[in-house]
Design a protein around this ligand. Structure first.
Ligand SMILES: [Zn+2]
Length: 261
C-alpha cells in the first residue's frame, strides 16, 4: 500500500483539535463518480512537502477539495487514484482526531466519537480492476490501523461501513459501502476476513530469520550456540540454521534460567 500524508488543516473539523480513543474503523465510499484523490485532497501553502504532494495527487482546478473552511465533513483518509492513475491511500487527519463522517444515529450516539474513518473514492461502480485495487488498499490501510491501535478486526462493531453504523444506531442513514461492494460479490464480512489475512501477512513479513550462527546477533549468540552444541538445534543442513529471532529470544530466556547448561 502506498500511503501519503496530506492533513486537511484548513477544514473546520481539524481546527476543533478534538481527539478520540479509536475503537474501530468506519469505511465509507463517496457516492460520486470521481475516483481521483485530487477531487478531495489538496495541500495548502503550509502543508509539508506541498510540491511533491501536488505532483503525486494532481491539482484540483475547481477549488472543491476538502482542505478549506465551511465544510461539515472530514475523514481521516481517502483511497483513490493518484495523478499517474495508480491507487493509493492518503492520511488527511491525525488518526486519533475526532472526525466528522458518521453523523448521529438512531441511538443518539455517533461513531465520530469512536471510529477512525476513510472514504473510498467511487468511480462509475462498474470497473472490476479499480474496485479490486481500491478494495485491497482499503484492506491494507485498515489492517495497519488495527495493528497500530490494537483493534480486533473481528470484534463486534470494530470494522464497519457507514450503512453498518446506521443499522447499529451510531451513524446517519447512508448506504455506503453496500451500493458498491456487492456489485463485485463482496460485503463487509469479506472485508473483515481480508483484514485479518492482511494482518497475518504483516507479521510474517516482519519475522526476522538468521541463516547461520554467525548471522545471529551477539546478544543471542551464547544461548543459540549452547542449543546447537547440545544437539537441540540442528538446523537445515551443515551450518545453516535459519533460526527466527523469536526462537533466539526464547533460547536466551531459557539460558538465563539455566536450562541450557
Ligand atoms: Zn459514508
Amino acid at each position: 500500500m502506498k500511503l501519503l500524508k496530506c492533513i486537511l488543516t484548513e477544514n473546520d473539523c481539524y481546527k476543533t483539535k478534538r481527539t478520540i480513543r479509536p475503537k474501530g474503523v468506519m469505511v465509507h465510499s463517496t457516492g460520486a463518480d470521481n475516483p481521483n484523490l485530487r477531487r478531495y485532497v489538496q495541500p495548502v501553502s503550509s502543508t509539508p512537502d506541498r510540491e511533491e504532494l501536488l505532483a503525486a495527487l494532481g491539482s484540483n482546478a475547481n477549488g472543491n477539495h476538502w482542505n478549506r473552511p465551511g465544510l461539515d465533513v472530514c475523514v481521516h483518509g481517502f483511497v483513490g487514484r493518484l495523478a499517474d492513475g495508480t491507487v493509493a491511500a492518503v492520511q488527511t487527519l491525525p488518526w486519533a482526531h475526532r472526525g466528522w463522517h458518521a453523523g448521529t444515529g438512531t441511538s443518539g450516539k455517533s461513531a465520530n466519537n469512536t471510529h477512525i474513518s476513510f472514504e473510498m473514492c467511487e468511480d462509475g461502480l462498474t470497473d472490476p480492476v479499480y474496485f479490486r485495487q481500491a478494495y485491497q488498499t482499503a484492506v491494507e490501510l485498515t489492517a495497519m490501523l488495527c495493528r497500530d491501535y490494537g483493534l480486533d478486526p473481528m470484534g463486534d462493531g470494530v470494522i464497519i461501513c457507514h450503512q453498518d453504523g446506521f443499522r447499529r444506531g451510531v451513524a446517519s442513514n447512508h448506504g455506503d459501502v453496500y451500493n458498491w461492494f456487492p456489485r463485485f460479490g463482496m460485503d463487509m464480512n469479506d472485508f473483515r476476513a481480508d483484514v485479518v489475512r492482511a494482518m497475518g501477512r504483516e507479521e510474517e513479513d516482519e519475522m526476522v530469520y538468521y541463516r547461520t550462527l554467525a548471522d545471529v546477533p551477539d546478544y543471542y549468540q551464547d544461548a543459540v550456540k549452547k542449543a546447537v552444541d547440545r544437539g537441540a538445534l540442528r538446523g537445515e543442513s551443515a551450518g545453516v540454521l535459519n533460526v527466527s529471532e523469536d526462537l533466539c529470544r526464547t533460547l536466551t530466556v531459557l539460558d538465563r534460567l539455566g536450562q541450557l547448561d
